[in-house]
Design a protein around this ligand. Structure first.
Ligand code: FAD
Length: 388
C-alpha cells in the first residue's frame, strides 16, 4: 500500500464530487499563484484591494451557493471548499466572500422582493457592487436583540438612526444591509451607502484581519423609500438565518488556515537543521506534527460531513455551531503550535503563520463567539437556555 499523502492524509478528496474538486483546485491555484505573494503586504498595509471583488465575481465565488440572478448555484460543499482555499491564503479573503455572499446577498435572495433581487443580486454576484451587513453595535454584540438602531415610518418613507460597529467591508461597500428596531420588530433595510446621513469610518489599529476592511457605520436620519425594507422577514430570525449561512463558510474556512499552518510547519521543520539533525526528526517535533495533522484532517472531515448535510437540506443551526466552535478552536491551536515551531521566523510576515494566528482571533470572536456557540450546544442538548 502507498504511504498516505501528508497533504491529504485521509484522502478526503474522495468525499467530494468532480465539480467540488474542480472548485477547490481553481481557488487553490488563484490563491497560491496570484494572491499569496501579496498577502503579507496587504496585511502589513492594512488593505483589501477592491479589484479582488470583480476577480472573485468572474470566478463565480460571490453568492456561489445561491441560484438565479447571476449566482453560480453550486453545492454547499463547493461553496465551503472555496472558503477553505481562500482562508488557506488569508481569513480576510474568505471574510470578504462570506460577507458578500452570505450576509449581504443571502438576505436579499431569501427575504427580498423580486424587484430588489433583480436590482442588486446580478451586480453583487459580478463583484460590481460590494455589500456589508450591519448587525453589531457598540453596546450590542453577542446579544444583538438589544440593538438600539431604530427605523421609524414617516409617511411612506423610513428614517433610520443608530450606530453599527465592527462591520466588515463597511467603508468600501456600495450598499449595506442594516438591521433596525421597528414597531413590528427587527427588520432589514437595503441602504445605498451614498444616501445622505450615512457615514462609514474605518476601524484603525487592528492587529487581526488586517487584509479586510472593518468599519463603524453611523446612520443619522437616513431617509429611505418604502421599498428599502426586506418584505420577507420580521424578527431576529432574519439576521440569524444570514449568520447561519456565514458560519457555515467559516467552519470550512478555518480548516484552510489550519492546513496552511500545518503545511508551513512541516516544510520548515523538514528543512531546518539544529543539533546536526532536521527539526522534523526529533520526537517532540513529530508529536506536534502528528497532532496538527489529526486536528486539520478531523476538522476537514467534519466540515465535509456538515456540508453534505446542508446539501441534503438537513443541517441544523446547532450543528453549524458545533462546526464553527470546534473548527475555529482547532485552527487556533494549530496556528499557535506552528508559530512556535518556526522559532523566530514564526513572528514575521515572511511566513503566513503569525497572520493566520492573529486573524483567527477575530474568527474566534465574530459570527458568534466561542462562548455563544457553547451556549447554543448546551441549549440543544439540555433543552435549557443559559444565555441570560
Ligand atoms: P461581547 O458580546 O461584549 O462579548 C465579550 C465576551 O463576553 C466574549 O468572550 C463573549 O463570548 C462573552 N459573553 C457574552 N455573552 C456571554 C454569555 N451570555 N455567557 C458567557 N460569556 C458571554 N458584526 C456585524 O454585524 N457585521 C460584520 O460584518 C462584522 N464583522 C466583524 C469583523 C471583525 C474583524 C470583528 C472582530 C467583528 C465583526 N463583527 C461584525 C462583530 C462580531 O460579530 C462581534 O464582535 C461578536 O458578535 C461579539 O460581540 P462583542 O465584540 O460585542 O463582544
Amino acid at each position: 500500500m502507498k504511504n498516505p499523502d501528508p497533504h491529504d492524509f485521509l484522502a478526503l478528496e474522495q468525499l467530494m464530487d468532480e465539480e467540488e474538486r474542480m472548485v477547490a483546485r481553481t481557488v487553490r491555484e488563484l490563491v497560491t499563484e496570484q494572491l499569496a505573494p501579496q498577502l503579507g503586504d496587504w496585511f502589513e498595509k492594512g488593505e483589501f484591494p477592491r479589484e479582488l471583488a470583480t476577480e472573485f465575481g468572474k470566478l463565480g465565488m460571490l453568492g456561489m451557493h445561491l441560484s438565479g440572478y447571476g449566482c453560480a448555484g453550486m453545492s454547499a460543499v463547493s461553496y465551503g471548499s472555496a472558503c477553505l482555499e481562500l482562508e488557506a491564503g488569508d481569513s480576510g479573503l474568505r471574510s470578504f466572500v462570506s460577507v458578500q455572499g452570505s450576509l449581504a446577498m443571502f438576505p436579499i435572495w431569501k427575504f427580498g422582493s423580486e424587484e430588489q433581487k433583480q436590482e442588486w443580486l446580478p451586480r453583487m454576484a459580478a463583484g460590481e457592487v460590494i455589500g456589508c451587513f450591519g448587525l453589531t453595535e457598540p453596546d450590542s454584540g453577542s446579544d444583538p436583540s438589544s440593538m438600539r438602531t431604530v427605523a421609524r415610518q414617516d409617511g411612506d418613507d423610513w428614517i433610520l438612526n443608530g450606530t453599527k460597529m465592527w462591520i466588515t467591508n463597511g467603508s468600501i461597500a456600495d450598499m449595506a444591509i442594516i438591521w433596525a428596531r421597528t414597531d413590528e420588530g427587527i427588520r432589514g433595510f437595503i441602504v445605498d451607502t451614498t444616501t445622505p446621513g450615512f457615514t462609514a469610518n474605518t476601524v484603525r489599529h487592528k492587529m487581526s484581519l488586517r487584509a479586510s476592511v472593518t468599519s463603524e457605520l453611523v446612520l443619522d436620519n437616513v431617509r429611505l423609500p418604502a421599498d428599502a425594507v426586506l418584505p420577507g422577514v420580521t424578527g431576529m430570525k432574519g439576521p440569524l438565518s444570514c449568520l447561519n449561512e456565514a458560519r457555515f463558510g467559516i467552519l470550512f474556512g478555518a480548516v484552510g488556515a489550519a492546513r496552511n499552518c500545518y503545511e508551513t510547519a512541516l516544510d520548515y521543520t523538514m528543512s531546518r537543521t539544529q543539533f546536526g539533525r532536521s527539526l522534523a526528526s526529533f520526537q517532540l517535533t513529530q508529536d506536534k506534527l502528528a497532532d496538527m495533522l489529526i486536528r486539520v484532517n478531523r476538522a476537514h472531515l467534519l466540515a465535509l460531513h456538515l456540508g453534505k448535510l446542508k446539501d441534503a437540506g438537513e443541517l441544523t443551526p446547532a450543528q453549524i455551531s458545533f462546526g464553527k466552535k470546534d473548527n475555529v478552536a482547532q485552527a487556533l491551536h494549530v496556528a499557535r503550535e506552528a508559530r512556535a515551531m518556526l522559532g523566530a521566523n514564526g513572528i514575521t510576515l515572511e511566513y503566513p503563520i503569525i497572520r493566520h494566528m492573529n486573524n483567527l482571533e477575530s474568527v474566534y470572536t465574530y459570527e458568534g463567539t466561542n462562548e455563544v456557540h457553547t451556549l447554543v450546544l448546551g441549549q440543544s442538548i439540555t433543552g435549557m437556555g443559559a444565555f441570560r
